[in-house]
Ligand binder design. Structure first.
Ligand SMILES: Cc1ncc(C[n+]2csc(CCOP(=O)(O)OP(=O)(O)O)c2C)c(N)n1
Ligand SMILES: [Mg+2]
Length: 556
């Protein structure tokens, strides 16, 4: 038996690899030393160090979201896990499958309350699908296998494992087992598909809400086809944290806002809301009106049943794979809709062409091109210029806050990975998430546009990008403060007492900051500097670089 003996630490890494893990994001402390020691036995596992635990999890989140694969990361005990909570929240929010682990003090030693100790499972529990501590080496394979399975079963999400030092350092004969993945690509029954088709055909003026699962399922083609057959307007969900529908499709109208009254007004002409894998009218700040017009019927299809009927009654809620269901539904719609649906769809699409996303974008870019090229740089002009300069298969990472408000109207979603945006509302995601996205797609250009304030929550991720030579182009939108918070203070409280919202004294020197972390960097302060700076940045694929663009501060 002794020939088959393996340490807990080495078994842990072997198990991760067998679950498909190729990158381990981490930040080490004493309690992680067993894992750090075992890494040398697993040189095929790429360890990406980041300089704080929230960054560790954000990087894993970006990697997983972009690749669609399970990721793994390792953080330090209680204070480290505490640092990571906002990032774990982000993973929960976007249903991102991550195995998050932390080293823990040896069983029994924790009871004496040494430095850094606290129970980890109750800390992680509210934000993960499953949290567990390993208490016997023999349980380690079963726990890692189960964690991977839970994380990867839709609705996907993060899981947490606490790894006590004595378990990792123990040696024993272990049966590592093999992985389980649950096949959830199920399609509704024929009866349900027929009922769905009939309800959609019966509606005089249906509208599609396209969202998250279309991107995670890589279902542009199927979503485009269904919209084509119905010939109905398609709106992107209210939080645009991904590429949720092919932008140049004639039916695509662009994104819904997060203004309750506006959304209500946009939806009021329609008589059926068809929700395709979307978050249903998720809002940001409170308003006295509901975003859904009174009594508007809803059909919902997707894997996330938590979303179904969550806030609004849903006439038909179908838990099934969105890609499979749309593929099966389209021919049924064609068959049952016949010539009537065909001519209605053709007519409708003609009407939509005069006001769809493509048309609106034409108008917007024309306006932006006519803006004077002097004075403060308009952030939408900056965005348009970046989009016009970048290769077509660029992956855009967005945490630009006010500076990227017009992104959904300007960025063409050419495929399902064209865009990854901050989803949860918790800022600090973008700089590290871009590292994960680029690690997942080393050969595609990644451009990350980040607000100056947001970048400072996790700026040290630039070091990891430099260390790993990830060729990300970071663009910092420097408006010297928290513009959105100022605008909201003014809107909600009617005053301009912007205490704690400016960072002017001293101003943050993003170029100096980037250089200190190993990135070539330039500052753009006027219009004609932007394109040359972008060109130089795009040409440099040796590692990351950063452009700090001084953008318009708005009226304040
Ligand atoms: C973790 C976290 N802390 C604080 C906030 C509150 N908050 C939302 S936006 C924002 C300022 C963003 O500033 P910046 O990135 O510079 O964007 P700008 O508003 O200037 O466009 C803050 C502090 C938040 N959303 N998340
Ligand atoms: Mg700002």
């Amino acid at each position: 038996m002794s020939a088959n003996k393996i340490t807990g630490r080495s078994a842990f890494l072997a198990l991760l690899k067998d679950e498909g893990i190729t990158h381990l994001f981490g930040n080490p402390g004493t309690t992680e030393l067993p894992i750090m020691d075992a890494l040398s036995e697993h040189p095929d596992l790429n360890y990406l160090m980041s300089m704080q635990e929230s960054l560790v999890v954000y990087m894993a989140e970006g990697y997983s979201r972009a690749s669609g694969k399970l990721s793994a990361c390792n953080v330090h005990v209680a204070p480290g896990l505490g640092n990571a909570m906002g990032a774990i929240y982000a993973a929960k929010f976007a249903n991102t499958p991550i195995i998050i682990t932390a080293g823990q003090q040896e069983l029994g030693h924790g009871l004496t309350e040494p430095l850094l100790y606290d129970s980890l499972v109750p800390m992680a529990e509210p934000l993960v699908k499953w949290a567990v501590e390993v208490t016997r080496l023999q349980d380690l394979p079963r726990i890692v296998r189960r964690a991977a399975k839970i994380a990867m079963t839709p609705p996907m999400g993060p899981v947490f494992i606490s790894l006590p030092g004595d378990i990792l350092n123990e040696e024993d004969a272990l049966e590592l087992g093999s992985r389980t993945r649950i096949q959830t690509k199920v399609c509704p029954t024929e009866e349900t598909l027929n009922a769905l088709a009939d309800r959609m055909i019966e509606a005089k003026n249906p509208v599609i809400l396209a969202g998250h699962e279309i991107a995670t399922d890589r279902a542009f083609e199927e979503a485009g086809n269904i919209a084509d057959v119905l010939g109905c307007a398609v709106y992107q969900q209210t939080v645009q944290y991904g590429a949720h529908f092919p932008s140049t499709h004639p039916c695509f109208m662009g994104a819904l806002s997060r203004d309750q009254q506006q959304v209500r007004d946009v939806l009021s002409p329609y008589d059926l809301l068809i929700v395709l894998g979307a978050d249903v009218l998720r809002m940001s700040v409170w308003a006295p009106v509901e975003p859904l017009p009174d009594g508007m019927p809803i059909i919902q299809i997707g894997q996330r049943d938590w979303e179904m009927g969550k806030n609004f009654p849903t006439e038909m809620a179908v838990r099934a794979d969105i890609k499979e269901t749309m593929a099966a539904l389209t021919p049924i719609l064609e068959r049952r809709g016949g010539q009537n649906l065909k001519s209605k769809s053709t007519k409708n699409k003609e009407v939509l062409r005069s006001k769809n996303w493509t048309k609106t974008r034409e108008g917007l870019t024309k306006q932006l091109k006519e803006l004077p090229k002097s004075g403060a740089i308009d952030p939408s002009w900056m965005l348009m210029t970046i989009i016009d300069s970048m290769p077509e298969d660029t992956i855009f990472v967005d945490e630009g806050i006010i500076s990227t408000r017009s992104l959904p109207a300007l960025l063409p979603y050419r495929d399902e990975i064209s865009l990854f945006g901050m989803a949860s509302g918790g800022i600090g995601w973008g700089v590290p998430a871009a590292c994960g996205v680029q690690a997942a797609y080393p050969d595609r250009q990644v451009i990350a546009v980040i607000g100056d304030g947001s970048s400072m929550y996790s700026i040290q991720a630039l070091w990891t990008a430099a260390n790993q030579r990830l060729p990300i182009n970071y663009i910092i939108c420097d408006n010297g403060g928290y513009r959105i918070i100022k605008e909201r203070l003014y809107a909600f409280h009617g005053n301009e007492n912007f205490i704690g919202m400016d960072f002017k004294e001293p101003a943050v020197d993003f170029v100096g900051l980037a250089k200190s972390l190993g990135l070539p960097s330039t500052r753009v302060t006027n219009h004609n500097e932007l394109v040359p700076a972008l060109q130089e940045a795009l040409d440099n694929r040796a590692g990351p670089n950063l452009i700090s663009v001084s953008v318009d501060k708005g009226r304040f």
